[in-house]
Design a protein around this ligand. Structure first.
Ligand code: ADP
Length: 261
């Protein structure tokens, strides 16, 4: 009997090991596929501004340089393409840091209202340029105390509010931030009355480099990584984010954070 038992347990161990190995191989294959796709995406994203810059420089060398107006036009375009590359590289850096897990969250207690107000100030010029109003919905008592990594949450708010400004309707719009108190959490909602997101695209917008409207995103200087960063930040806090949207009507992104007392 004893022999059977030990044989059985040995078989179990061998079986476990074999299954583990299959899983490991599957995981490695998945990772490799993901890495390949990721590198492909990055080079594709960087190629566009690089080729554009080359085009502008060739145009300048071809004679445009001698016409002050044309010269300024192509230098401005060159600068815009460089800005785009800087955005992409900065966002890639941030994603790499978030994914590597080397950066531990620095949790502190702070007032969400103050952080949103600060982000509104930082984005005031961008909002004005698109004729967008940034407002608080008056539905809460201050302070709105949460426990989180303040710097990361500021980054998340910048990404969501920049999107709300970028994807506003051409005639301008309204971006509102509201806070809701749940039993243990604070929910922050950023809503806009912009172009909205088609239902079929909603499940994919948090993927890296996924865009509904490529030309609009690129014109607005988007890296296509903003929401992937947002998702990372929320996941690292073990919280959740939700999006509701209707085309032509607007979008609302809401996320939770732990309440502090
Ligand atoms: P991007 O740099 O392209 O804005 P993001 O990851 O921030 O990249 O967003 C992914 C895509 O989701 C955008 O390209 C856009 O199509 C869509 N999107 C995000 N936020 C909004 C919004 N507030 N209104 C409409 N579309 C949005």
């Amino acid at each position: 009997v004893a022999k059977n038992v030990s044989l059985k347990s040995a078989q179990v161990a061998v079986f476990d090991w074999a299954e583990d190995k299959v899983n490991q191989i599957e995981i490695l294959k998945e990772r490799e596929k993901y890495r390949r796709e990721y590198l492909g995406n990055i080079s594709h994203e960087l190629k566009t501004p690089i080729f554009n810059i080359q085009g502008y420089i060739l145009t300048l060398l071809d004679g445009a340089m001698n016409d002050p107006e044309l010269c300024e036009k192509y230098l401005k375009r060159t600068n815009k393409s460089i800005d785009r590359m800087i955005n992409i590289v900065n966002d890639l850096d941030l994603i790499a840091q978030l994914e590597s897990g080397v950066l531990k969250l620095k949790i502190s207690k702070f007032d969400m209202y103050e952080v949103v107000k600060d982000v509104f100030d930082q984005l005031a010029d961008k909002a004005k340029a698109r004729n967008v109003k940034l407002k608080f919905k008056k539905n809460y008592d201050r302070p709105i105390l949460v426990k989180a990594d303040q710097k990361r949450i500021e980054q998340l708010l910048i990404n969501l509010i920049i999107n709300a400004i970028k994807y506003s309707k051409p005639e301008g719009g309204l971006v509102e931030v509201a806070f809701y108190e749940l039993p243990d959490q604070i929910m922050t909602e950023i809503s806009d009355d912009g172009v909205g997101i088609p239902q079929e695209d909603l499940p994919r917008i948090f993927e890296r480099f996924y865009r509904v409207d490529k030309s609009r995103s690129r014109d607005a200087g988007g890296s296509g990584l903003g929401l992937a960063i947002v998702k990372h930040i929320i996941e690292s806090h073990r919280q959740s984010i939700n999006v509701r949207s209707a085309e032509g009507i607007g979008s609302a992104f809401s996320f939770t954070l732990s309440k502090a007392d």
